[in-house]
Design a protein around this ligand. Structure first.
Ligand code: ZN
Length: 417
């Protein structure tokens, strides 16, 4: 079906446009057409939707439950991880699908059109493979399709409990052999309407030789890994390898734009240079990183030096993308005593870069509102007087919440309104 769309205002790759008209054929943006079957006028402002490049859906079930004042004076990432492991132990296939469906609906409501699911909950609670090795992954795919969010599944290889140590009992649902991981990838690649990327839980959880070997295959367009999130993890890496995490990874793999480094919070000068030269993408999750006391990523310097980055919501303690950007910037302002961490660019360029970097991280087609892509946009309610401004995107980021999101169009269909 050919459809004509008119948006009252839109940000395009060529700047702002009033009364933008687009034509789609079954959701795919095509050349303007004299003949069309249906016409729809969208009252609002079309903006690049947010891309959620890092999610562990099951952790949504514990949002807020690990905040217990006075329960443990030494509460840390590592004690939080014990709570997370006990939640992981209680989630079966049905629960996972229900949690994910609720979460993905909330993501759409908050302005995310796509999610990359960093999935390592592979086995049953006793540590046995399900009859279908993809059981848990398929439930996430099913949840995404039910809700109408675009998905990239990132099956995760997890093998060790730490550098040179076997997995603990609480990690038994996560671990796969290399052969099982291969089988899982083959299984999920058969699914239609989703994309697949590969991933490794962390340097502590997978041997570097295995990482290097799997990544040497050219077929993988996007590779994900948690790295340098916690200081203890950095120190453990130095003890085990003699090198800091990003430096160690770069010594063993061809670090390039296919790589998506989740957190990368703790970088020294050399690692910052390595990262920028590699064109790898960093996936920042400010609300989770703040919640877990990870540290502050040096966004001011990284942005000024044209580093690639996008955002994710990781544990889902926060789901508001405007807040993610605000937290990222304010964390930097508090540390550097300077304002505006994104000062090298316009906020329009920032919105488009976040979209394109997020799409690349998800191995999905980028190019906002361009011919040959599926129509996908976030529609903002333009009725608030504060939004009658030439500084629309900064006003949204620093002042508003997602209640201004009127609706979402994903894959050419209205997913949330
Ligand atoms: Zn994570």
């Amino acid at each position: 079906m050919i459809k004509k769309w008119t948006f009252h205002r839109a940000l395009t790759t060529n700047g702002w446009a009033d009364d933008l008209t687009l034509f789609t054929d079954d959701g795919l943006i095509i050349e303007p057409s004299e003949d069309y079957d249906k016409s729809e006028t969208v009252k609002g402002i079309a903006l690049p939707p947010f891309q959620n490049a890092h999610s562990h859906a099951f952790q949504y079930a514990m949002a807020g439950l690990a905040e217990n004042p006075g329960a443990n004076p030494n509460d840390s990432f590592w004690t939080w991880r014990n709570s997370m492991y006990s939640i992981a132990q209680s989630v079966g296939p049905d629960e996972l699908e229900d949690i994910a469906a609720l979460l993905y609906h909330e993501m759409l409501r908050n302005g995310y059109s796509s999610v990359a699911e960093f999935q390592y909950l592979h086995k049953d609670p006793s540590g046995k493979l399900y009859e279908d090795i993809g059981e848990m992954s398929l439930r996430l795919i099913s949840a995404a399709k039910r809700v109408g969010i675009a998905m990239t599944l990132v099956p995760i290889l997890y093998q060790n409990g730490g550098f040179n140590s076997p997995p603990a009992g609480s990690q038994s649902r996560f671990t796969l052999t290399r052969e099982e991981y291969s089988d899982l990838l083959s299984r999920v690649e058969k699914e239609i309407d989703i994309k697949v990327a590969i991933g490794f839980h962390s340097l502590r959880a997978v041997d570097i030789e295995t990482i290097a070997s799997i990544c040497s295959a050219d077929k993988w367009e996007a590779i994900h890994i948690h790295i340098a999130e916690q200081l203890q993890e950095v120190n453990d890496c130095i003890s085990a390898t003699g090198l800091r995490p990003l430096h160690f990874l770069n010594e063993h793999v061809n670090l390039d734009k296919r790589w998506n480094l989740v957190h990368a919070t703790h970088l020294d000068r050399k690692e910052m240079d390595i990262l920028l030269q590699s064109s790898a993408n960093v996936v920042l999750c400010p609300s989770t990183e703040g919640n877990l006391g990870d540290g502050v990523f040096p966004i001011r310097e990284y942005n000024a030096r044209k580093g690639r980055w996008c955002i994710g919501t990781d544990s889902h303690i926060g789901l508001n993308p405007f807040e993610e950007l605000r937290l990222l910037d304010y964390g930097s302002r508090l540390v550097t005593h300077k304002r505006i961490s994104f000062s090298d660019t316009s906020y329009e360029d920032l919105a488009l870069a976040l979209y394109n970097n997020g799409k690349a991280a998800m191995n999905q087609t980028s190019g906002f509102l361009t011919q040959g892509t599926m129509l996908e946009t976030m529609v903002i309610d333009s009725s608030h007087p504060l939004l009658e401004t030439d500084h629309l995107i900064s006003t949204l980021i620093y002042h508003f919440d997602p209640s201004v999101v009127l609706g979402m169009i994903v894959n050419g269909a209205v997913s949330y309104t």
